[in-house]
Design a protein around this ligand. Structure first.
Ligand code: HEM
Length: 142
């Protein structure tokens, strides 16, 4: 498979991202610590609100990987604003994401998206540690 877009960071198709995202949030919904946080923010049970969240997250990943530029959110701001989210949760989220990526993607794709998630996650985690201490909006980093 060859990359569709010369700006694309690594080879992965939008369908692979959709499959990864669906599998990841299935695991998230079942997770004892992270599930309830998403249950409050998205919906307590699987359904249309979850499909909308997954579509937004797939768009976020296509943007982060360089496939397209449709995503126009500010994830750092969303995580700082949600006071259920604490810095210590990021490693749990990232490990679950990496396990799902290894189950759903090729080893090379999984390694690439895991590295990207850990980089983005570190910026978000730091912003969450600064919650309430820094005035103004978190910068739009991704
Ligand atoms: C402690 C770990 C994390 C938790 C508990 C968490 C939880 C959430 C929740 C509950 C939402 C829904 C929005 C809201 O609350 O208002 C959300 C949105 C989102 N999350 Fe996370 N998240 C975590 C880490 C990450 C990481 C590491 C990434 C990316 C690598 C990420 C990407 C996103 C994106 C793109 C959105 C949508 C933001 C928007 O509205 O445009 N999250 N997250």
């Amino acid at each position: 498979m060859t990359a569709q877009n010369p700006m694309q960071k690594f080879d992965i198709a939008p369908e692979d991202i959709d499959r990864l995202v669906a599998a990841f949030y299935e695991r998230i919904r079942a997770h004892p610590k992270l599930g309830p946080i998403f249950g409050r923010a998205i919906a307590p049970v699987d359904g249309p609100d979850w499909r909308a969240h997954e579509a937004k997250i797939a768009s976020f990943w296509r943007n982060a990987i360089g496939i397209d530029r449709a995503y126009d959110g500010n994830p750092t701001k969303a995580h700082v604003a949600n006071t259920d989210i604490h810095p210590g949760m990021f490693s749990t989220w990232l490990d679950l994401f990496a396990d799902t990526a290894r189950a759903e993607l090729t080893p090379a794709q999984a390694a690439s998206i895991e590295a990207l998630a850990r980089r983005i996650g570190e910026g978000m985690r730091y912003a969450v540690t600064q919650r309430g201490q820094v005035k103004g909006e978190p910068p739009k980093l991704f």
